[in-house]
Ligand binder design. Structure first.
Ligand code: FAD
Length: 430
């Protein structure tokens, strides 16, 4: 076993898709990096998501970044010589109502601005695309160049590629806090020791706001519990990731489907949620439409420390892997709805169910940012349910921000200070 690294140039906190991609892109530039993970690589959101990698439906401010992301995803398997389950099968949203169609038409305006290949589908074309008969839908919107990947494979494969470039991955190694002198980062304190460094990228997923609050940087980041199931192998009806009323599906490499639905999620009522509730009211009306849930989490978070030092055992090491319980009622409905929408799938058998905690900003776009009063501290989070697809861009953009002070796409809409500088937060998600 190699010795604990006493110093490096950049420490990345969190080995989800955001952290592994950032570490990998920095290592490609020859930068010494240590990637610290409190649990296991991709133990949280990055292995639990649906696996959609899509430009379709993106907030227009994110389109330049997701174009970069798709470009990287397309070449990733060749570049890192590993299977991440990449498949370009497109994204299809099916319309049930005229209101759905009107929204798709509206979004198509943004797609045209960027010459995306998105287009409306007639009811006949939706049937063709899904092997259906009966044209029961109003139509749809389709982006053929979108893709999908296997969440369980992607971040671990990128972490391995990072190690092959000489990077260090430390699992079961929570970062407790950041050390600084004269307003500049000087190192991190982990549960296993201190690592001196010049920069820190905090890509801690649902933990980022809590971690940063100890450094004096608070921002709204709420947690939404979303349930998912996978089926045993079933007939191939489409290579596209499909959002249909009440059920979304994605073909898996193992021949089954990952099934879930937007709007089947629960907004955890915890003390932070109460504090930031007003800024989230618009987001509660989007298609995610999470239902409010009050439970034991409220009291757990109420008593957790707000401030701590590097010599204290922290919540991070006490909670190695956030593993929420899936909601059986939601998943029963999703399964029934998938069967009803697509009878050509035949009887579906459930192989596994799980849940993940999606972290959401009030404007549903990421934070890719430095912070005002701590030079060398960067934040990459707030992916609001689409950070897997955006993961490849996150790595590239964060590596550029850290090393060059700017990135190839305009990062100003994603600055942390938008939550405090009086800007009006704009929510474009539906
Ligand atoms: C059910 C579900 C479905 C989704 N579907 C999609 C989809 O189809 N397409 C899409 O693009 N996105 C999707 N998403 C969102 C996507 O999964 C996330 O946006 C993305 O994975 C976030 O990656 P991340 O690396 O920022 O966070 P995470 O994967 O959550 O990783 C953060 C890591 O940081 C670690 N960590 C936290 N604190 C510390 C600390 N102090 N020290 C060390 N390590 C720490 C955690 O243990 C964790 O491993 C979905 C999410 C869920 C839950």
């Amino acid at each position: 076993m190699s010795a604990f690294p006493k110093k490096t140039e950049v420490v990345v906190i969190g080995a989800g898709i955001a952290g592994t991609m950032t570490a990998y892109q920095l290592a490609k530039r020859g930068v010494p990096v240590v990637l610290c993970e409190k649990g296991r690589v991709a133990g949280e959101q990055s292995s639990r998501n649906w696996g959609w990698v899509r430009k379709q439906g993106r907030d227009p401010r994110e389109i330049p970044a997701i174009i970069e992301s798709l470009r990287i995803w397309e070449g990733l398997e060749k570049e890192i010589e590993a299977d991440v389950g990449w498949q370009k099968g497109g994204t299809l949203y099916i319309a049930k109502t005229d209101e759905d169609l009107a929204y798709f038409e509206h979004w198509l305006g943004f797609a045209r601005d960027y010459q995306l290949d998105s287009r409306m589908l007639s009811p006949e074309e939706v049937d063709q695309q899904t092997g259906s008969e009966g044209r029961k839908w109003k139509g749809g919107i389709f982006t053929p160049s979108d893709g999908r990947a296997e969440p369980a494979k992607a971040a671990p494969a990128v972490a391995k590629a990072f190690e092959r470039l000489g990077g260090t991955v430390l699992t079961e190694c929570a970062v407790r806090t950041v050390e600084s002198a004269a307003g500049k980062v000087t190192g991190v304190v982990t549960e296993k020791g201190t690592i001196a460094c010049q920069a820190v990228v905090c890509a801690a997923g649902a933990w980022t706001s809590y971690f940063s609050s100890n450094l004096g940087h608070t921002f709204p980041q709420l947690k939404v519990r979303a349930s998912v199931l996978r089926t045993k192998p079933a007939p191939l009806i489409t290579q596209s990731s499909v959002s249909s009323p009440g059920a979304s599906l994605r073909r898996r490499q193992d021949g089954g489907y990952t099934l879930a639905r937007s709007g089947g999620s629960f907004f955890q009522l915890v003390p932070d949620a109460v504090k930031h509730f007003p800024s989230y009211i618009p987001a509660l009306k989007t298609s995610m439409r999470p239902k409010l849930r009050f439970g034991a989490e409220f009291f757990k978070e109420l008593v957790r420390p707000r401030r701590w030092n590097g010599d204290q055992v922290t919540e991070f090491e006490k909670n190695r892997v956030l593993d929420p319980t899936p909601d059986p009622g939601t998943l029963r409905e999703v399964l029934a709805q998938a069967q009803e929408n697509f009878p050509q799938l035949g009887p579906l058998e459930v192989a596994e169910t799980w849940a993940g905690m999606i972290e959401v900003t009030p404007d549903a776009i990421p934070i890719w940012s430095g912070v005002d009063d701590l030079e060398g501290f960067y934040i990459a989070t707030g992916f609001s349910g689409h950070g897997f697809g955006m993961g490849a861009a996150t790595g590239l953009l964060m590596s550029e921000l850290v090393m060059d002070g700017r990135a190839r796409v305009d990062l100003s809409p994603f600055r942390l200070s938008r939550f405090t500088d009086g800007s009006k937060l704009e929510l474009n998600a539906r």
